[in-house]
Write a protein of this length. Sequence first.
Lengths: 216, 125
Amino acid sequence: MHMMNKDVMVDIHAHNDHIAEHVHEYLNKKNIFAVNVMGAPGCGKTTTLEQLIKRLPQKSYVIEGDIESDIDTERLREQGVSASQINTFGACHLDAPLLHNAVHVMDFKEPGILFIENVGNLVCPAEFSIGEDIKLLLVSVTDGSDKPYKYPLAFEKADVILLNKVDLLPYLNFDEAFFMKGIRHLNPQVPVFKVCGTTGEGYEEVAKWLTERSGK
Amino acid sequence: MHEYPVTLRIVEIANQQASEVNGRVRAINLVVGDDSGFIGESIQMYFDIIAEGTPCDGARLSIERVKPKLKCADCGHLFERKPFSFTCPKCGGDGYPTKIGKEFYVKDVELEVNDDAHDEQGRDG
């Protein structure tokens, strides 16, 4: 018997990333542009999808990621949206193997945009690639203006950021300059849109940006 | 739950290394950046459960933590960020994120290789 030391140097995310690449290729072949929608619980992710989908000229598909329940999926289906549900049963984020299974049973009849609503959480969804084309980060003014400083990775990795519930700004101590300063240090070029889920304010611009970005 | 799937991967990676030399894993050395989002204590907790009955059973898990560093856009100095600040301590310039602190990989493994098994295999072969 003897002891030996063996160099490994293997990224622990490599397996997930490999499957994510496969998911991305599959969606690309189907002409589907995938958006990973991230944000804290209650920041307005599902409402944002409703507001965006009705303004987008192209077909939209949704995968809802939740720990339990299919409330959001039912809510979207009632509005005629092609939505399917992933329940993680305790896991705090979606990962590529979960998406791999979900996209292969979806019926992508025509090109369009697939919104993947991640589990409500500002931490781990940013760490796992799920085969998306872009990461959309949603933050609401009620979350607080310190969030870029407390959850830097989500802000650093976002391709677009939406600041939601801006109609509540007069009632809160949200420091917009401080919020934007944090974002600009973490992600100097990222577009930031101000929106209001209840009134629909600001979503036209986001829908226009998404359409241009997706090229679909 | 957050660390469970990644710990499963760590055990799979180490077991793969052990199976290549028909050995057992005595230690796994991980490099984990503080911005990777993973907590050493939680990985350890899941590790003990997941490793049971595998070649990793009883292995020691060593975690080398890496502090995140920003890079100053003006002078290039690498520095650790103070809470709510991105200011370079050297020149007062603005610091931007780097890859330092996001590491999450298995660096190496220490394996116990049973020479008898090799000899027997040789004789049988």
